[in-house]
Design a protein around this ligand. Structure first.
Ligand code: SF4
Ligand code: SF4
Length: 324
């Protein structure tokens, strides 16, 4: 799934940049955590407990870090990035610092009006990633934002109609296994895409939504159905076939290779410190980054962990150039 800001021929300069980054062991994707504050109250994440006073410590620009790493992709994330009123400035500065870099935003969508979406798109975003784990009020309850799902489902078609690229970030949990295909079909009909990940309790220890032995048969069937959907319609689900096939293996505890987080993807926290993944503590300032070694950790199987190890197959190109 390409952003409407990038055309197929951009794959050539992107490929060169990817090769340079891999040869020099620099990250391909840099996440800028522009704030840890959040106005949702998810039961599986404690970021929303961040004290409001932290706002004063947040970096006023991520452009120097972007220039330093010159990655292929930058994601503005949090916390809830839309709490930053200067988010457009942050995006525009990074866009100027590293032109033709794929800039995306991860948001819960509760404050994403069509006007704000347009101003962020105009500032340089190439993609919006909106969290959506259910299509109904269960999503509102999970995030403790009344009317959230309805607002997202009303705003996304307007965004697509204006030519913006939208994906849903959907986390597979023990209570939404029946909702994943409907979300994928909804996204397909709405002109959006879906990026799947799998729940971990590592954020704050909440196991309420963890997948376990009792869910494996349904999870296996779901993965088969998603793969069948993908064979018929490439470009809607952005995950590689390989990653999807590993999810039940991770739940079964069959994955024992070290995690390579921090090699191709890094996170830079709101005060400029780097960390290997969103659930590990921050280390030193981003300028000291010299790579992370593989680590024996199996606490999550986020897409960013799994996809980094996915083999380069024809189906991945089909996903990229699919019609969504
Ligand atoms: S998961 Fe996202 S939306 Fe929920 S509290 Fe954490 S940062 Fe906020
Ligand atoms: S498995 Fe990797 S990405 Fe996941 S929590 Fe552990 S170190 Fe982080």
């Amino acid at each position: 799934m390409l952003s409407r800001k990038f055309k197929p021929w951009h794959i050539v300069p992107f490929s060169f940049r990817y090769a340079r980054l891999r040869l020099t062991r620099r990250p391909v994707l840099v996440h800028f955590e522009v704030t840890m504050r959040c106005n949702a109250q998810c039961g599986f994440c404690d970021y929303w407990k961040t004290d409001a006073s932290e706002k004063a410590r947040e970096l006023q620009s991520f452009a120097d870090a972007a220039r330093h790493f010159r990655p292929m992709m930058v994601t503005f994330t949090g916390g809830e990035p839309l709490l930053r009123r200067d988010l457009e400035d942050l995006v525009a500065e990074v866009d100027r610092a590293v032109p033709r870099t794929w800039l995306s935003l991860i948001t819960h969508g509760g404050m994403l009006s069509i006007e704000r979406a347009q101003s962020l798109w105009d500032a340089g975003l190439a993609q919006f990633c909106i969290s959506l784990d259910y299509l109904d009020e269960r999503h509102d309850a999970a995030r403790r934002i009344p009317g959230l799902a309805g607002k997202i489902l009303a705003t996304v078609p307007q965004m697509v109609a204006r030519g913006m690229t939208v994906r849903f970030n959907t986390v597979i949990k023990n209570d939404n296994l029946d909702d994943i295909l409907p979300i994928i079909r909804y996204a397909d009909a709405a002109g959006a895409g879906v990026n799947l990940s799998v729940y971990t309790d590592f954020k704050n220890g909440s196991t309420a939504r963890s997948l376990g032995a009792a869910h494996l048969a349904q999870l296996d069937a779901l993965v088969r159905e998603i793969l069948a959907f993908k064979r018929g319609r490439r470009g809607v689900v952005s995950n590689s076939d390989w990653y999807l096939q590993q999810i039940p293996r991770w739940v079964r505890g069959e994955l024992n290779e070290p995690c390579r987080s921090g090699e191709t993807t890094i996170h830079i926290d709101p005060v400029g410190k780097v960390r290997r993944c969103p659930d590990f503590p921050s280390d030193d300032h981003w300028s000291t980054y010299s790579g992370y070694q593989p680590i024996n950790c199996d606490r999550c199987y986020y897409a960013c962990r799994g996809e980094a190890q996915a083999p380069l197959t024809i189906s991945r190109f089909q996903d990229l150039f699919g019609n969504r």
